[in-house]
Design a protein around this ligand. Structure first.
Ligand SMILES: [Zn+2]
Length: 391
């Protein structure tokens, strides 16, 4: 009798926690600061407003189901594009975002400011901003920053994995074979940061090297973001942020938007994947050659060997561990979510796509976070930074 009563109490507590998570998620402004669907649409010729379950991690119906209210779409091309082609490619990706929004005027809206975001949300529309992932897309031309800004680009990641002539990337800075005359931001790089500050375009430090990072912090007059980076102390990969960087972002009033990629969350994942690819090395190399990129080959491979990839996924709890870590280190005001969906071939178990965002809220409730703290993590922290960057 006593045991069944205890069981009933636990069950009721469980149900009420689930209900409160649902309510919090519904009331929160969920912002995801990094989604690579636009690149995926070009690669796979898929249409956003169709059912893409099993094909992509994102589509219009599922993004609504997941409760996303603000999406920052990543504008991206890799280092095969440079002077004369990178800006053009980026502009074409922006064209496709405008075309998608134009086809879905009842559910989506391109927004340009905090005020417009709030209005779009009040009208039950997905507020869409964009972020340029890689400074090579401005082709060393400050005027191109203006062009991007006018079209709704509200952050720029100073470098992708490739360094620019004015900023060194995390990948290049961490690889000793890389030869440059100077690390970090040069004079032009500092001009880029000042120009972005002046316009109200957020400086994104995901992907930049440590020297570039510290130069940015010394140069910027506005809060910065890491649009899709996780914690180095928990998962030491070159793309994650070390404790002193997390502290510097907090001191700057910025925010770290945690990346969902298995390899950036679970320190054992990279080794597992490397071993698996080694088993199929010849096949992987030939796919990488035909796809012109190792990253695209990774996505292809993960689909072909679905069961094997599935078994290597880390548990859902690792994502919450990264959030917890930042909260414990610097406080709840400096962490958010930057999924990297459709730019990654693996996320923790249960995070299959944009429809799964409510599970994060559930997990945070279970870990004892208050409603106001959860709302900060889901979006308010990023919106604070966006507002602070506006003039
Ligand atoms: Zn990235």
């Amino acid at each position: 009798m006593r045991y069944s009563l205890i069981f009933l109490c636990l069950l009721t507590a469980g149900i009420s926690k689930a209900q409160s998570a649902k309510k919090i998620h519904h009331n929160a402004i969920l912002v995801d600061t990094h989604n690579d669907f636009l690149s995926k649409a070009v690669e796979d010729h898929v249409v956003f407003d169709s059912d893409l379950k099993g094909i992509t991690q994102t589509d219009l119906k599922r993004i609504r189901e997941g409760g996303v209210k603000v999406q920052v779409w990543s504008i991206f091309c890799d280092d095969h594009y440079g002077k004369g082609s990178a800006f053009k490619f980026a502009s074409q990706e922006l064209d496709s975002l405008f075309a998608i929004a134009g086809r879905n005027p009842k559910t989506m809206q391109i927004v340009y400011s905090y005020r417009e975001i709030m209005r779009a949300i009040a009208n039950h529309k997905l507020a869409c901003l964009s972020g340029v992932e890689g400074g090579h897309m401005i082709e060393d031309n400050l005027d191109y920053i203006d062009s991007f800004y006018k079209r709704g680009v509200r952050y720029m990641t100073l470098s992708w994995n490739n360094s620019t002539s004015w900023s060194t990337s995390a990948m290049d800075e961490s690889q000793h074979a890389f030869i440059v005359t100077s690390y970090g931001l040069n004079d032009f790089g500092k001009q880029v940061v000042r120009k972005m500050n002046q316009l109200g375009m957020i400086v994104d430090v995901s992907h930049v090297g440590e020297k570039t990072f510290s130069d940015v912090i010394a140069t910027t007059t506005k809060p910065v973001i890491a649009s899709h980076s996780s914690v180095y102390a928990l998962c030491p990969v070159f793309r994650n942020l070390k404790d002193d960087q997390i502290k510097a972002i907090a001191k700057n009033g910025g925010v770290i938007q945690v990346n969902f990629y298995s390899e950036f969350l679970d320190s054992t994942y990279g080794g597992k994947i490397d071993a698996f690819i080694k088993l199929h090395q010849n096949e992987f190399d030939s796919i990488a050659m035909s796809k012109n990129s190792g990253m695209t080959a990774g996505v292809y491979f993960s689909r072909k060997y679905k069961n094997e990839y599935e078994s290597m996924r880390p548990p859902f709890s690792v994502l919450l561990d990264h959030i917890d870590y930042i909260v414990k280190l610097v406080g709840v005001d400096y962490v958010g979510l930057g999924s990297d969906f459709d730019g990654i071939d693996s996320a923790p178990v249960g995070l299959d796509g944009v429809e799964d965002f409510p599970k994060i809220t559930e997990g945070l409730v279970k870990r004892g976070y208050s409603e106001s703290d959860i709302k900060k993590i889901l979006g308010e922290n990023f919106l604070r930074v966006l507002k602070a960057n506006e003039n």
